[in-house]
Design a protein around this ligand. Sequence first.
Ligand code: C5P
Length: 290
Amino acid sequence: MTARSASVQAQGKINLFLRIVAHESSGYHQLETLFARIDLADSITVHTDTSVRELNVVGADTGHPALNLATRAVTAFAESCGWPRGFKIDIEKRIPVGGGLGGGSADAGAVLRALNALAPNPFPQDELLRIAFTLGADVPFLTTESPLSLAWGRGERMLALPALPARELLLCLPPFGVSTAEAFGWVSGVRHSAASVELARLADWAGVKTLVYNDFQAIVGAIHPEIWEALNLLNEAGADIAMMTGSGSTVFGVFESGIKPEVTSMGFPKAMRLVRSMTADSVSPVKLLD
Ligand code: C5P
């Protein structure tokens, strides 16, 4: 019998570099970015044996409109194949939304993967990624089973890379989020010549360290000085990489030799929440339930 329910850990992401390559005449921006999955994840269960349509969210940020991305993911999937007619999605949220960690997009990607695993006629991967792209720039990567990918365009062109070893990660979550649309507005004057990345440099953390950069960091940091405070403290704490992810607001540190316990008493801005996690060396599989 075909399974009707599936569960999946919807891991978030960080951007290890992010360059705005061009401002298209459509108003959108062409990017070049290195996406990495992280262990911090929302737990998602999708049930398809129902005639109603229901989304239940518990945990952090439950009222955030970006959570509709999970419902929009099912709607987009159903519009493409006429299935499922009914669904129930339960989400236990841990990834903050609006923080540059893919809090809404990870749920959409996980829902697409779960539905495709349950579908009587699954989509080929390229078709699933086409649906993902209609939901936002971060969703295609978070629909793949790759822990590390280079991405171009608006996130729809991707090259999956061999995983890097898992490293300790300290996430510094400011009490505010940054709207992606607003952040792109702030950088609309930025132009870079097309950057090209030597793939050999993405084979290990030492090489990645030479490439880390985020076009949004200086601009968002100018508006929110807490971003710089956190970056300075992460460097002081011995982080091998310290930078902002996506269009903010989260700042992260990657530690090769582990995070020292003293880090919590180093004077990070009071309202900033510190969350320990790991970078991920694999993507959690979809589990079929019944
Ligand atoms: O992809 P997402 O829906 O999160 O993007 C939100 C907004 O950010 C878009 O409506 C657009 O204004 C801006 N954006 C952009 N270039 C991109 C991605 C997003 O200008 N590559």
